[in-house]
Design a protein around this ligand. Structure first.
Ligand code: CTP
Length: 396
């Protein structure tokens, strides 16, 4: 859905990342308007943002260009979201105090849309107690704070205070509109394939891309949950705002899930776990045999979902069933066998690796088919169903 974003840029070197963010938003079909503080224009020229957004850039309250000369009302009233990125320590202090002595703080005060800030500053400035108080105050006022990230800073120091990357801000912006239907909940997920090594260069795996599990982790995060994602090997980037643990084999995945299980409200098992692993691991690459072919003997892997669902302290467990035929019949049998309140059934050939998916939700009330949608939309539909089931369960 095309949205209208107002991006406020204040004076920090991270302003260069905001150019990329504006480009990503415009490319995705959104309307973007940019306003800058005077200090920000020392880092990036307004012309750059004008070229990227396709709209004039405003830098002061006295700009006479808007028809009624009220830029501070016009611009934030037209926006669905006002994001300030980078937001300097000074900007956060002004916002926390409700000051209105420059264009950006005035726009924030006069807005009717959600306000999001992406702080960027030196780690010492980030940790400075007055800054921490300001951030706390802003959160209490309903302002969403994206980041900051940990890492190397422009000044050479290492710590918290880096602005998130453009792609991460883009990702978080897409979800900041979603209702917080899982607020206060903790969700644990598995995603991707597992890899069961045969020798140092070979192994047994499958074609799961991890896309569905990662989309679900993002959807749970966007719904306000605290999310832990245990991921097998994938080519995907870690979702921002999600605690991600990388594993390889099924047994490592089970161990990571068990270690993270305490306090979880929901466990969603999306991973395509290899049911079997080679009985023996060869320390050196197996050489080609010139007479006959080698045989591979296998051992059974633990069933992670069934193990967790059978525990006395099991959270609300959600399974996936990727079937290549008789989808609903096999999936319902799987739900009964693994004793799951909810199972997501899909046709393996159509789902694995693809960007969209067509699912049927199976629970005690019956079958709930969903239309074919992008995996992000499928993920949100699953989150809504889970939230509803949790709400109903808590009433009984
Ligand atoms: N699963 C798991 N651990 C395994 C195998 C499966 O946690 N060792 C989970 C999957 O993450 C999924 C569900 O169980 O949520 C069903 O997985 P699937 O591969 O469809 O079913 P299997 O139980 O392996 O049965 P089959 O291979 O016969 O279809």
């Amino acid at each position: 859905m095309a949205r209208s974003y107002l991006i406020g840029v204040t004076g920090g070197i991270a302003a260069y990342k905001s150019c990329e963010l504006v480009r990503l938003l415009v490319k995705a079909g959104h309307q973007v308007r940019v306003v800058m503080s005077e200090a920000a224009t020392h880092f990036i020229s307004p012309t750059t943002f004008q070229a990227l957004s396709g709209h004039p850039v405003f830098t002061d309250v006295w700009d006479a260009r808007p028809e009624n000369a009220m830029a501070h009302i016009e611009l934030s009233r037209q926006a669905d979201v006002f994001l300030i990125a980078p937001a300097t320590a000074d900007c956060l202090a002004r916002l926390a105090q409700g000051r209105c002595d420059d264009l950006i703080s005035t726009l924030a005060a006069a807005r009717t849309c959600p306000l999001v800030v992406a702080p960027a500053m030196n780690r010492q400035m980030w940790e400075n107690p007055p800054n921490q108080r300001n951030v706390q105050q802003l959160r209490a006022d309903g302002v969403q704070v994206f980041g900051p990230a940990h890492g190397e800073q422009a000044c050479g120091e290492v710590g918290d205070g880096r602005m998130l990357e453009a792609a991460q801000l883009f990702d978080l912006l897409q979800g900041c509109h979603q209702p917080k239907i899982l607020a206060g909940k903790k969700v644990l997920l598995t995603a991707g394939p597992t890899f069961e090594p045969i020798d140092p260069v070979r192994g047994i795996t499958n074609i799961s891309s991890g896309k569905m599990g990662y989309a679900l982790a993002r959807a749970c995060r966007d719904a306000g949950a605290e999310v832990t994602l245990v991921s097998g090997p994938t080519a995907l980037t870690e979702p921002v705002g999600v605690h991600t643990l990388a594993v390889r084999q099924a047994r490592e995945m089970l161990a990571a899930v068990e270690q993270s299980l305490s306090g979880q409200d929901v466990f969603i098992s999306v991973a395509a776990v290899a049911d079997y692993r080679p009985a023996e691991y060869h320390e050196h690459k197996i050489k080609k045999q010139h007479e006959g072919v080698p045989t591979l003997s296998l051992l059974e892997n633990p069933d992670i979902l069934a193990t967790i669902a059978a525990r006395a302290d099991a959270p609300f467990c959600v399974g996936f069933a990727a079937e290549s035929r008789n989808v609903l019949e096999f999936a319902e049998a799987k739900r009964q066998r693994k004793k799951l309140p909810l199972l997501v059934a899909n046709l393996a050939q159509a789902a694995m690796g693809a960007d969209d998916n067509e699912i049927v939700l199976l629970d005690d009330a019956g079958q709930h088919p969903m239309p074919r949608m992008e995996k992000s939309a499928v993920a949100w539909a699953i989150v809504q169903h889970i939230a509803q089931m949790l709400a109903t369960a808590s009433q009984h």
